[in-house]
Design a protein around this ligand. Sequence first.
Ligand SMILES: [Zn+2]
Length: 294
Amino acid sequence: MPACPDSEVRHSRPVTASRRTWLLAALAGAGLPRWAMAQSPAPELWPRHEAVPGGVARLDLGPAGMPPAAWADDAPLLVVGDVIAWTALVGIPLAARPGEARIRVRQAEGERELPYPIAPKRYTEQHLKVSPRTVDLSPEDLARHERERTHQQQVIATFSAPPAGELRMRAPTAGRRSSSFGLRRFFNGQPRNPHSGMDIAAATGTPVVAPLPASVIDVGDYFFNGRTVWLDHGGGLLSMMCHLSRIDVRQGDRLAAGERLGAVGATGRVTGPHLHWTVSLNRASVDPALFLDS
Ligand SMILES: [Zn+2]
């Protein structure tokens, strides 16, 4: 029976643990292969649902024997859950316009579009005074920045096997967490891109750890971001740690959650030592706070 598109917008509602166990047992009894029984962690261990620019939407894809494939524009999406209820975790870009958005879902029956609403969120303005050299770039600095931006776009498109464990993260360093994500920034009066991560104030040398199990996919010293480590948590979920004073890992290293990767510093364009932490999901920078317990 055809349904009106709005009725397809269902946020993942919890299936009780006992009912889930019963359903999975029933499916096992029906002779379903073992791969179909694969389970992601419970929804309490996923990022919180906040369908706003810079947020994460949890979109219910319904039951299916195999995980559906899904995309937002051309970016593949992280799909979690099990045969009873698959869920797409969709990173919403800060630049997204409030209103109806769509993802593309491919299942055995074919491909469909799934609309969902993005609610407005107004982020506050931040005015900063910085060295004129970092606002009015020299031709050499500009060329360097453009090379680095192209490189970063390649890194951010990384999509590996989805994470098997929980998706709630631990804070990557001990320090005061600012609510600076999404601030609309002005450097010396000139408008710039919104702030795409969380700043955590800590002294130079404070250890920085992996917020989830990860592969190190990029290590570098960049014009704006300073010494930087990119982590791949799987399924298009990445962390970027910037302004480090030192880096203790190399590309290709595997890290457990909580394992040290470097130390807080003040490299790149900064006003003082802190960790800048970006969380990227399907190539969109989203609020890291949605992945933290408090
Ligand atoms: Zn920052």
